[in-house]
Structure formats: structure tokens, C-alpha cells
Ligand binder design. Structure first.
Ligand SMILES: [Zn+2]
Length: 167
């Protein structure tokens, strides 16, 4: 399956980049993680470069899905590492990709539940509030819930005790 993911760079501005969807992991029926690959023709040896994505419902709102690029690298030919889940997790894996190792507790889906990027928006950063037990896009709104505020040093901290919020 091909998906289109907008990408910004200073030379071209925003352009739509076509990716191969290789892997999608679901938690409670919504995307939680995905792996894609896009073609890099300008490399010495052109290749499909893997990209790792996190997904989360912003503040728990499943109608407001966000995704975050959690790194990229390695070629499609290298395959992907299998995961050992503690509890059953639904995954879809493209027939184009080789799996290294063996999945534990994976429930394999015959096809992905739609294009995970289509209804979602990218964010360059996100945080977890342990008091809400939710993830938030903190890029446009640095104080996304009542528990979190910006300290005088510009760090995200919990409002009641000043403890740093880790991302
Ligand atoms: Zn909160």
C-alpha cells in the first residue's frame, strides 16, 4: 500500500512524498506505530529508506490523531525487527518486508485499517502527561492541559510541583 506524507524542506517547501506502508501497529483499534519507506534517488546507490512513526490521539481525542517521526534509516531490504508484546497487539505487515526474529503476542491483520496518515496531522514534538494519562501535541500549545506549564527556564513542568515533564 502506498501512502502520501507531506514533507517540508527549506529548498522545496512542502511537498507530498510517496511512501510504501510496511508495518502498522494498533492499540485499542487506532494506529500506535507505523513503519514506511520512501525512495532516495540522490543516494550513491538509490534505495528505499525506512521511517519510524509514532501515533497518538491528541489528549485522548481519537478524532484528532497526530503522528511524529521517530527516526529514519536503513533500507527496505534490511527488513524490520519483530516485537515481543506483553499482551496481544494487532499488527499489519506488508508482504514486501522481511521480518527479523519472531513476533510474540501479535495478532496479524490481513490488511491495514485504512491509511493511518490520511486523517492525522504531523507534529514535531509531543509530551505525555502522567496525570491525564494522555499524550499531547505540545508544538502549538505548550500548555496543553491543566497540569502542565512552562517554567521560567522555558521547560515544561508539572504546575503543582515543578517536576519536569519528559517527552
Ligand atoms: Zn494533564
Amino acid at each position: 500500500m502506498k501512502v502520501t506524507i507531506p514533507n517540508y524542506d527549506s529548498r522545496n517547501g512542502w511537498i507530498d512524498v510517496e511512501h510504501k506502508l510496511l508495518y502498522v501497529e494498533y492499540r485499542e483499534d487506532i494506529p500506535f506505530a507505523a513503519i514506511t519507506a520512501f525512495y532516495v534517488p540522490e543516494a550513491d546507490k538509490p534505495y528505499w529508506r525506512k521511517v519510524y512513526w509514532d501515533f497518538f490521539p491528541n489528549g485522548g481525542d481519537t478524532n484528532d490523531m497526530r503522528y511524529y517521526e521517530n527516526g529514519s534509516g536503513g533500507s527496505l531490504e534490511e527488513g524490520i525487527n519483530a516485537c515481543k508484546f506483553a499482551k496481544p497487539v494487532e499488527v499489519w505487515i506488508s508482504s514486501e518486508i522481511v521480518i527479523k526474529g519472531e513476533f510474540v503476542n501479535a495478532v496479524f491483520l490481513p490488511k491495514p485499517k485504512g491509511d493511518p496518515f490520511k486523517e492525522a496531522q504531523e507534529t514535531p514534538s509531543y509530551i505525555y502527561c502522567k496525570k491525564c494519562n494522555e499524550y499531547y501535541d505540545d508544538y502549538m500549545e505548550p500548555e496543553p492541559c491543566e497540569h502542565i506549564c512552562l517554567s521560567n527556564d522555558g521547560e515544561l513542568v508539572y504546575r503543582d510541583n515543578g517536576e519536569k515533564v519528559n517527552d
